[in-house]
Design a protein around this ligand. Structure first.
Ligand code: SF4
Ligand code: SF4
Length: 487
């Protein structure tokens, strides 16, 4: 297999080199017969610079695919990116131009630069491996973009998941390592449920087996020293929602009658004192948000030891209540803001300090180590959400019921979610970003088009922005440097 992969790589490099030579010849024919100029031209770096750290592709995924190359103009840098192998090479402008011209040719024309391919990855039919318990829809904050706040008030659900229901949910994981994430609303409002589940998980885990994996997503405003100590004792990982400095956070995530920013920082400090380093999650709902400024702010929080990293997500992607609308103007603004963030990230990396910023890190990892994203997630497969009323949903965002604890999983309802492979989203197969993206979030598709296989334009645009920035960062820093801080 490796042999084939190496062969493919060499073939691709050969083609890229040939493209450069031909493009250079064309250039030379057109210019004045000035020897000096010609010599200067010949001194130009001719070789494409490979941006992947590993060229031993995980090509078992696409062993027979020929390159399908997208030429990307990344702020003056030119990158040829093979959608099938994930090979990324930086080339001189002349070669990029050549590729662009060739791309317009019919796919049969030498077949090299633009070819359609569908891999055959096995469909992994998995029992639930990870459960999200939506322990309550209640929350002490009134975040302006929150879908729970915007949900119909009387949906017949109990306000908090009964402990009995939460314990019954664990039966879905029978015989496997317990892996549970607590979600809400604000899950700490149902602290007794968390405690009961953690204790039950401990009891159900035989001696010598890996301990239960527990996680909580919280606004951290209610964390006390006792809770923090329990969280540490249980080995629970924590994701804290913090949108930015006081002015940003307080406007977006108000706590009527309280200072929500101070309360969240208080929670972070309590966790820190107990030896817990949470990950941060920020949400923004205006495309013209100063993302570079936010990264600067979060880098201070991380340096102070209060968190291990941050993810900043647009509300348009994150919550079911988001409109999903991103105007063309908004998209341009957002792309600029992401690029500012990428410039900040590169400048920071050059000083030897790196902030773990999940959206860039994830994409850089995939390119750097040629890791194909076969799907976006395992929703409806290995991953499921149990709501407070015992209903089972494919995804933690809800509104996608596939069963109930009373009668188990209804396979006919799960069917729509059962195949998550990227090539089952028809439009994705013509998209150059497909094996980095993985096909996008199916819940977004459901929310925006009413169908898990429907269209979701805004998320696609944002995904491609992130991938372009990741490629640009790789071109700026080079794979070796990126390898030093991204594993
Ligand atoms: S960016 Fe959009 S079209 Fe492209 S692979 Fe992702 S979801 Fe599919
Ligand atoms: S469907 Fe979307 S929101 Fe749900 S788990 Fe998958 S990626 Fe996440």
């Amino acid at each position: 297999m490796l042999k084939i992969n190496e062969e493919r790589f060499r073939r691709f490099i050969r083609k890229a080199r040939a493209a450069i030579r031909r493009a250079d010849k064309t250039d030379m024919r057109g210019c004045a017969p000035c020897k000096k100029k010609l010599l200067e031209r010949m001194k130009r770096p001719k070789l494409p610079r490979v941006l992947n750290a590993e060229v031993a592709f995980h090509c078992r995924t696409t062993p027979t695919a020929r390159p399908q190359v997208a030429d990307l103009d990344l702020y003056g840098r030119h990158v040829l990116f093979d959608a099938n192998s994930l090979l990324a090479v930086e080339v001189p402008e002349s070669a990029a131009r050549y590729a662009r011209e060739r791309r317009a040719a019919p796919p049969q024309a030498n077949g090299a630069l633009w070819c359609h391919h569908q891999p055959q990855w096995p469909l992994i039919q998995s029992p639930p491996l990870k459960l999200v318990l939506n322990v309550t829809d209640r929350c002490n904050l009134a975040c302006r973009y929150c879908w729970v706040r915007n949900a119909p008030p009387d949906d017949g659900k109990p306000p908090t998941m009964p402990i009995k229901t939460a314990i019954r949910a664990l039966d879905l994981l029978k015989g496997r390592q317990i892996n549970v994430s607590f979600f809400g609303g604000e899950p700490l409002l149902a602290w007794d449920v968390l405690e009961a589940v953690a204790e039950e998980a401990r009891k159900r885990t035989p001696e010598g087996q890996p301990r239960p994996r527990l996680h909580v997503t919280t606004n951290a405003t209610l964390i006390t020293a006792t809770m923090a100590a329990k969280i540490k004792q249980r080995g629970m990982s924590v994701l804290v929602s913090l949108d930015g400095p006081y002015k940003v956070h307080e406007v977006q995530r108000p706590w009527p009658g309280h200072n929500s920013y101070a309360a969240t920082l208080g929670g972070l400090i309590a966790l820190n004192s107990a030896g817990v380093r949470p990950y941060l999650r920020a949400t923004f709902d205006d495309p013209d948000t100063d993302l570079a400024g936010l990264l600067e702010y979060f880098s201070e929080i991380v340096e102070a030891g209060l968190a291990s990293g941050v993810s900043i997500e647009p509300a348009v992607l994150s919550e079911g209540c988001a409109t999903g609308v991103l105007t063309a103007e908004g998209a341009d603004t957002l792309a600029r803001r992401y690029h500012d963030a990428a410039e900040w990230y590169v400048a920071r990396a050059r000083t030897g300090k790196v902030l773990d910023f999940a959206p860039f890190r994830k994409m850089i990892q995939r390119i750097l180590y040629t890791r194909h994203a076969k799907s976006e997630c395992g929703a409806g497969q290995g991953y499921m959400m149990i709501d407070a009323d015992g209903s089972i949903h494919a995804c933690h965002k809800g509104g996608c019921e596939i069963g109930h604890l009373d009668y188990g999983i209804d396979e006919s309802r799960r069917a729509a979610w059962s195949d998550n492979r990227v090539y089952h989203q028809r439009k994705c197969m013509t998209c150059w970003a497909r094996y980095l993206c993985g096909g996008g979030c199916r819940h977004h598709r459901l929310t925006l088009s009413g169908d898990v296989r429907g269209e979701a334009e805004a998320p696609c645009r944002i995904k491609k922005m992130l991938i372009r920035e990741a490629l640009w960062i790789l071109a700026e820093l080079g794979p070796e440097r990126c390898k030093a801080f991204i594993r």
